[in-house]
Design a protein. Structure first.
Length: 455
């Protein structure tokens, strides 16, 4: 027995040594692989250095090194996905303006479609709206300067300017035979993200056009006004054509209507990008039914809110499938005043749904019908979706083949979307068919609730 025990002990020692050698071998293999990877990166950097030196020495004109480095960084980030980008110091300042303060401009949201500067929508009450600009108008010149190969930031700078000054744009609209020049007078455009009013029979309406620093504050203020001295029977929360904005504001807006539970969570490569956002009890309860309006232009932060309220069955989502931007961008300021906007994570609804390249599907689908019939053929604007963006992140839950096929079927491939302005409307717009349907749904909800209570 003792002999067998000693023999077993020897075998244990041998097995332990084998395990140690395996661990050492694995570590060494990992070190070798890391060294090869580092060596590969170094070799590629040598190529970059060689090209940089080649350009500096032999290019027909002398180019400042800073311009070359900036261009290289821009190209590197552009190769990742449509939402990662490099911002020069002046571009970074423009981004900061988007989330706070006021500025002067003409009042349009613009995008790049097939490299052409295109109007997504004019904002009601602004110079662009009064001049008759429409969705899908192509801006081919600004002050006589062609917009071909012009970035969104560059075009926004040309459109903005001092109050009272004029800017001339040359636009093309489907069906026109020639360009039309429009001279617009710039005006002060307050960046207001929340507008509200009462609809019929104690039904409230709140429009969130984007998510900025003061969005939650403005929302609570609007709710207080709507609820003053009356008991709301229902609320329509309109987030159509809302391109998104600040993640923390989307979480806080959803938190206003939720008492508890998960709002959204993010998942990235590093631990810092794996975050969970929970709702908190609020002393001001809003217990009335809610209908959320969304469309193809509802993206990012607006999809977070819609997804959270849908998963918690707190609201009925009405409209059409949303844009599908389910990725999180982190802004990293650099020493010289520039910044990097980098996609660092995907976000998921409370039930674990990835919105990336898929969007939020409405509970009740209601396609939009224009209030007035278009005078020209093909005037309807097709909102680009995340799937249309070249190089977009894939949805892990869907087959790659389907993803590729869906992209091939699309004709329009915009690069990204930017806002020249967002502001409040001067006159309450007429109720379109989607808004009318939302109100009807809220009324039906009230009737069913009464029937259920009676039973």
């Amino acid at each position: 027995m003792e002999k067998f025990s000693r023999s077993g002990h020897h075998w244990l020692i041998i097995i332990a040594l084998i395990c140690v050698f395996m661990v050492i071998g694995t570590y060494q293999a990992h070190q070798i692989a890391s060294a090869r990877e580092e060596n590969g990166t170094y070799e590629q950097l040598k190529i970059f250095g060689s090209v940089l030196d080649l350009v500096q020495r032999n290019y027909v004109e002398e180019i400042p090194p800073k311009k070359l480095i900036y261009g290289a960084v821009q190209g590197m980030l552009k190769s990742l996905d449509p939402h990662s980008s490099f911002m020069k110091p002046e571009d970074y300042k423009e981004l900061q303006i988007e989330t706070k303060g006021i500025f002067t401009g003409i009042g349009i949201e613009i995008s790049l479609k097939d490299g052409i500067l295109t109007v997504v929508s004019p904002i009601e009450g602004t110079p662009a709206y009064k001049a008759g600009l429409k969705a899908n108008d192509k801006i081919l010149k600004i002050e006589g300067k062609t917009t071909k190969n012009m970035t969104l930031i560059e075009s926004v700078k040309l459109l903005r300017g001092a109050k009272g000054t004029d800017v001339t744009i040359s636009i093309y609209r489907e069906g026109w035979r020639r360009l039309k020049d429009l001279t617009l007078t710039r005006d002060v455009i307050p960046i207001k993200s929340v507008r509200s009013r009462m609809l019929e029979e104690d039904y409230g309406y709140i429009r969130i056009s984007n998510f900025q620093n003061k969005t939650t504050f403005e929302l609570k203020k609007a709710l207080k006004e709507l609820e003053k001295g009356k008991s709301l029977k229902g609320l329509v929360l309109d987030m159509r054509s809302n391109p998104g904005g600040l993640l923390d504001q989307a979480v806080k807006v959803a938190d206003v209507f939720l008492k508890k539970g998960l709002i959204v969570y993010t998942d990235g490569r590093i631990e810092e990008q794996k975050m969970r956002f929970e709702a908190h009890p609020d002393k001001h309860s809003h217990n009335y039914p809610i209908a959320v309006l969304v469309n193809e232009g509802s993206a990012s932060a607006s999809e977070i809110v819609a997804g959270a309220l849908q998963d918690h069955k707190r609201a009925i989502i009405v409209g059409v499938q949303t844009f599908g931007k389910g990725s999180v961008q982190t802004i990293v300021p650099l020493e010289d005043g520039s910044a990097v906007r980098l996609t660092t994570a995907r976000y998921y609804t409370p039930n674990g749904r990835s919105i990336q390249a898929k969007g939020i599907e409405p509970d009740i689908e209601v396609p939009y019908t224009p209030l007035e019939k278009p005078k020209e053929k093909d005037e309807f604007f097709h909102f680009p979706t995340e799937r249309d963006l070249e190089g977009h992140l894939l949805n892990e839950d869907e087959p790659i083949e389907d993803e590729l096929n869906s992209v091939k079927e699309k004709k329009d491939k915009p690069e990204t979307v930017d806002s020249e302005v967002e502001n409040g409307e001067t006159q309450p717009p007429p109720m379109d068919n989607q808004l009318q349907e939302a109100v009807r749904i809220l009324k039906a909800w009230a009737i069913f609730t009464q029937v259920k209570s009676a039973k």
